[in-house]
Design a protein around this ligand. Structure first.
Ligand code: HPA
Length: 245
């Protein structure tokens, strides 16, 4: 049986409509997750929700304990994870307000605890990461978005940067040359750790700003939050419909 977990990003602190039945404080071999894991019901579906930046404290992307977060979700029986990411848009179609279900990523992060391979096992964890997102879960999201007439881009390459600073204009030009459509800070190592742990994982990205150098508007957190507040309802609609399937 599939059990759904949702990892909320900036702007998704809670899941509207989630009737919380329990809060789990989970100890993991990797330390503490970002926050208590909420167990609840969305409609008839039981699901688990975790805010990766914690709350009320805001854990920056490079200090998130991705391993503990995923381990904790799996310990509750979660099999499928939908991650929500606020991102900058690089290519023309990726305007603020756009919802994207990415199909690929490029990892530019460094110095993060990025594997559960401790080197002490008999087998090496050379996971197949050709398709970084779970094909079936991604397809479910695409079908639901289409079925609910939720405007979305059905593919895109997410470049994951270290942060917490935003990029220079030249870095964004380089990322565009690399083939990135989107830029964010939290997509990795979350996606590859999920694969290592045998979890189906897909991402829903919300474009909250034009990436550095692509727009005259200054990049401010307030402007990003304002876009997020307008668009978060669509993400919630998608998640609610997913939970109902
Ligand atoms: N760059 C990196 N991460 C982000 C951005 C951005 O422009 N917007 C939201 N997350």
């Amino acid at each position: 049986m599939k059990v759904l977990g949702v990892i909320g990003g900036t702007g998704i602190d809670q899941l509207d409509g989630l009737q919380i039945v329990d809060n789990h404080a989970i100890e993991t071999p990797y330390g503490d997750p970002s926050r208590l894991i909420q167990e609840g019901r969305l409609g008839d579906t039981r699901l688990f929700f975790l805010q990766r930046h914690g709350s009320p404290r805001a854990i920056p992307p490079h200090l998130i304990n991705y391993r503990a977060n995923l381990w904790a979700l799996r310990s509750q029986g979660v099999t499928d994870i939908v991650a929500v990411n606020a991102v900058g848009g690089i290519t023309d179609a990726m305007r603020p307000g756009k919802l994207v279900i990415p199909d690929q990523l490029i990892d530019y992060t460094w110095g993060r605890e990025h594997t559960i391979d401790s080197g002490e096992n008999d087998t090496l964890m050379h996971i197949d990461f050709t398709e970084p997102y779970d094909r079936e879960l991604r397809q479910r999201l695409l079908d639901i978005a289409s079925g609910q007439a939720i405007a979305h881009a059905a593919a895109g390459v997410l470049g994951v940067k270290q942060g917490p600073r935003l990029e220079t204009a030249a870095e964004i030009r380089r990322m565009a040359n690399d083939g990135c459509d989107l830029v964010g800070m939290t997509g990795m190592p979350e996606a590859s750790l999920a694969r290592e742990m045998g979890l189906a994982y897909a991402s829903v990205c919300m474009v909250v700003n034009a990436a550095a150098g692509l727009d005259d508007a200054p990049l401010t957190l307030d402007a990003m939050r304002a876009t997020l507040q307008r668009e978060a309802a669509v993400v919630r609609q998608l998640l609610a419909a997913l939970a109902a399937t």
